[in-house]
Design a protein around this ligand. Structure first.
Ligand code: AMP
Length: 190
């Protein structure tokens, strides 16, 4: 794995634990020689992850729509910042540049990005690992709801299982390595 995409909040959240987890993930990426791909902003957890990667001497690539350069404060201290036309181009480029995807705590934008990349895996558009870093049980409700969807017959268990869940950055990266070691097995086409 050369680069991983991190989806996360443009806010910090109320607890300082979230920023600590973001920094821990950044350290794990840099320590593993993996470059960061993210939304390119300098606010909230997005800024925290990118700042930490850069501080530790890693590589960070941001992808930000022109219209969000001001609102999300395009990060000027990255290895590279791609300024793209719109949100669609941003998400497509982030997906293209990355060997896997990790969601940290965030808001609606983070969920949108996580579920887009999961549904694209479900449809077989890519065969890259997707995971959530469920530190302090932040994603418990979401994981429970996906289980509810499975039990109600709306999501296949194999597709729910595409969302890898770990509580520690090292554990999640290990799951990603195992995913590649097994060979990327595409889920059944729907
Ligand atoms: P949030 O989790 O809402 O704080 O947003 C985190 C990131 O997701 C920010 O960079 C947002 O610009 C981005 N985002 C918000 N809505 C969308 C969307 N529809 N598609 C892609 N990214 C989005």
């Amino acid at each position: 794995m050369k680069s991983l995409c991190v989806y996360c909040g443009s806010s910090f959240g109320h607890s300082p634990v979230h920023a600590a987890v973001a920094r821990a993930l950044a350290a794990e990426l840099v320590g593993s020689g993996i470059a960061l791909v993210y939304g390119g902003g300098d606010i909230g957890l997005m800024g925290v992850v990118a700042d930490e990667v850069m501080r530790l001497g890693g590589e960070a690539t941001g992808v930000i729509p022109k219209a969000l350069m001001e609102k999300e404060v395009g990060h000027m201290g990255l290895t590279r910042l791609h300024i793209v036309k719109d949100m669609h181009e941003r998400k497509a480029m982030m997906m293209e540049l990355s060997d896997g995807f990790i969601a940290l705590p965030g808001g609606l934008g983070t969920l949108e990005e996580l579920f887009e990349v999961l549904t694209w895996a479900q449809l077989g558009y890519h065969a890259k690992p997707v995971g959530v870093l469920n530190a302090q049980g932040f994603f418990d409700g979401l994981i429970g709801f996906v289980s509810h969807q499975v039990s109600q017959g709306f999501v296949q268990q194999a597709h729910a299982d595409l969302m890898l869940v770990e509580t520690e950055p090292a554990g999640l990266l290990q799951r990603f390595r195992e995913f590649y070691a097994r060979g990327a097995v595409l889920p059944p086409k729907v």
